[in-house]
Design a protein around this ligand. Structure first.
Ligand code: ZN
Length: 242
């Protein structure tokens, strides 16, 4: 099986379309989304619709739940909160029903999917160092867990002896007895100084995980954010990937 996993679309339609068309060219069997379909940018309903059409398995992100009153707006900084208030007004009843249906964790035989961390997944903590990875690994039953939330792609590896390491390398060959936490980065608002949308392909036959990037029309995405009346900084940050 070849799985495509992506996260943090954040209502950026142009970026999502670029990722989907890249995926269509490389025989993906199944799609997974690690949350935050909405928030920040200007196309929440279209992004929700694309996610639903792909029949993806999707877990809840903090923005998804906050947009339908399942998570407190107090968690967010002012820019994010303003964009969520805008998103709440823009969402159709159908989009709201979909976002309300999302659960925080998904697991099958081959992978686990969560937005932030496996420990207290409803609190949406950031997994960004070895000690937070260690806590999450303790609750991970599968060899690989995919997540997002930080918008920074990278891989934590726990060796069979328990030692944890981090790498931002884009191709990982899975080793017997190891466990992996793969942050697939962000489609709609990358923050690792590379403005190109990120997504991940997990090939269960080859036992490889590859984080990939695609180009897209950033200026159009930025302009639509500004035209929609959202904070200009939410558009401008896309240009720099921060
Ligand atoms: Zn996010």
């Amino acid at each position: 099986m070849r799985y495509a996993i992506f996260s943090d679309v954040h209502s950026n339609l142009e970026a999502l379309e670029a990722v989907v068309s890249a995926c269509k060219k490389e025989s993906i069997d199944k799609y997974f989304c690690a949350g935050d379909i909405v928030g920040y940018a200007a196309s929440p309903n279209k992004c929700v619709e694309i996610v639903r059409q792909l029949a993806m398995i999707t877990v809840a992100g903090n923005h998804d739940w906050a947009a339908v009153d399942l998570f407190s707006l107090d968690y967010f900084n002012p820019d994010a909160r303003d964009s969520l208030l805008w998103t709440k007004r823009a969402l159709t009843p159908e989009s709201k029903v979909f976002l309300e249906s999302l659960t925080p964790v998904y697991q099958n035989n081959e992978l686990t999917l969560v937005h932030g961390t496996l420990n207290n997944p409803r609190e949406f903590n950031y997994l960004q160092d070895v000690s937070s990875a260690e806590e999450s690994f303790l609750l991970q039953d599968t060899a690989v867990c995919f997540l997002g939330h930080t918008h920074i792609a990278g891989v934590f590896t726990r060796g069979s002896e328990g030692k944890i390491s981090y790498s931002s390398q884009t191709l990982v060959k899975l080793g017997q007895g190891n466990k992996y936490i793969v942050n697939v980065g962000s489609v709609g608002q990358p923050r690792d100084l590379d403005p190109r949308p990120a997504y991940c392909v997990y090939d269960t036959q080859k036992k490889t995980i590859k984080i990939q990037r695609v180009s897209y029309d950033i200026k159009s995405a930025r302009n639509r954010i500004i035209e929609a009346g959202l904070n200009h900084s939410l558009g401008n940050r896309l240009l720099d990937g921060r």
